[in-house]
Design a binder for this molecule. Structure first.
Ligand SMILES: NC(=O)c1ccc[n+]([C@@H]2O[C@H](COP(=O)([O-])OP(=O)(O)OC[C@H]3O[C@@H](n4cnc5c(N)ncnc54)[C@H](OP(=O)(O)O)[C@@H]3O)[C@@H](O)[C@H]2O)c1
Length: 295
């Protein structure tokens, strides 16, 4: 496993995190159900396999199956909590400090932890009113109080629409941001991925393998591409090759997926930094502009 420092937290974390969403979502095509006894046992085995192979960052949420993902991770972590960075999320339907505090206590209980390393506001898009509500109506105060009490170590926020997170990022109150970013989700590339390092924020990404979207589309739009390569692997290579991304939270259900992804992290040494891509393309456009002007 390869490790990286998670921004201002100073923690050394694995390049891939265990993305906990699938532990609350049955896979119908393979008749796998984390709510069944066998599915749950598989899921616990999968999380433990990830820990065995050096993954020390786990991402979950109270909202994943109303705590189901947290409870599976809690079972897997029993006796193995030390050295694992446990990140969860609090829903933005929690309107007051009391509601946020109660939700975090629920996460602590399900995860079987004395403290949580990171609690993130679980957002889609942050409009002005939502940002104001987080900052002024109690949710942020609640997390800061829990941090004072030692129940929470770091505070973060997650977003599907990275551009909307900028005002909250600029408050300086966040330690880590989680943004949607993949080969097909490029919104973060133009601002948040560049701005997060300026504030030394930890940066993790959601949906790094496109949540299966690219893999679903490819055989329908370009079967030659789907036949020619493993698109899960291509997607993982893409985020691993971006030096601005500290942790790619990868959803995994089976030990075999964990093993394949860890093997890739271990063996893949990118020859190009995707962080240079916007600069590289700008150079091309500039060159063309210059050529046009000269002609
Ligand atoms: N904050 C938020 O609002 C938010 C939103 C979305 C996601 N997230 C976080 O980000 C994590 C990742 O997102 P995600 O789970 O939606 O999608 P993802 O990581 O982009 O894709 C995960 C899916 O890829 C498949 N997969 C993984 N490794 C594979 C391999 N080696 N070979 C073949 N298939 C493989 C699995 O599908 P099968 O198991 O079905 O084969 C898995 O469910 C989530 O689990 C969650 O922690 C956060």
């Amino acid at each position: 496993m390869k490790y990286v420092t998670l921004g201002r937290t100073g923690e050394r974390v694995s390049r891939i995190g265990f993305g906990g969403f699938p532990l609350a979502a049955p896979n119908l095509s393979r008749a796998w159900d984390p709510y069944s006894t066998e599915g749950r046992a598989d899921a616990v085995r999968t999380v433990r396999r990830a820990l065995d192979l050096g993954i020390n960052y786990v991402d979950t949420a109270e909202g994943y199956g109303e705590g189901h993902s947290e409870s599976i991770i809690g079972e897997a972590l029993a006796g193995r909590r030390e050295g694992v960075f446990v990140a969860t999320k609090v829903g933005l339907h929690r309107q007051t400090a009391d509601e946020v505090t109660a939700a975090v206590h629920g996460s602590l209980r399900r995860l079987g932890c004395e403290h949580l390393d990171l609690v993130q506001f679980h957002g889609g898009a942050y409009d002005t009113d939502l940002t104001r509500r987080i900052l002024e109506d109690g949710p942020m105060d609640a997390l800061m109080e829990l941090r004072r009490q030692g129940k929470v170590r770091f505070i973060g926020a997650t977003t599907e629409e990275p551009v909307t997170l900028r005002p909250l990022m600029r408050t300086g109150l966040l330690d880590v941001v989680q943004v949607r970013y993949s080969l097909i989700h490029q919104g973060a590339a133009h601002h948040v991925l560049n701005e997060a390092p300026e504030q030394n924020l930890g940066l993790t990404v959601m949906r790094p393998l496109t949540s299966g979207i690219l893999q679903y589309l490819a055989p329908r739009l370009l079967p030659e591409l789907a036949d020619a390569c493993d698109l899960y692997e291509v997607c993982l290579r893409y985020v691993l090759a971006d030096s601005r991304v500290h942790v790619a939270n990868v959803g995994m259900r089976w030990p075999g997926e964990v093993e394949a992804n860890c093997r890739l992290v271990d063996t893949f040494n990118p020859r190009f930094d995707v962080a240079d891509l916007p600069r590289a393309t700008r150079t091309v456009y500039k060159t063309l502009d210059a050529e046009r002007k000269a002609s």
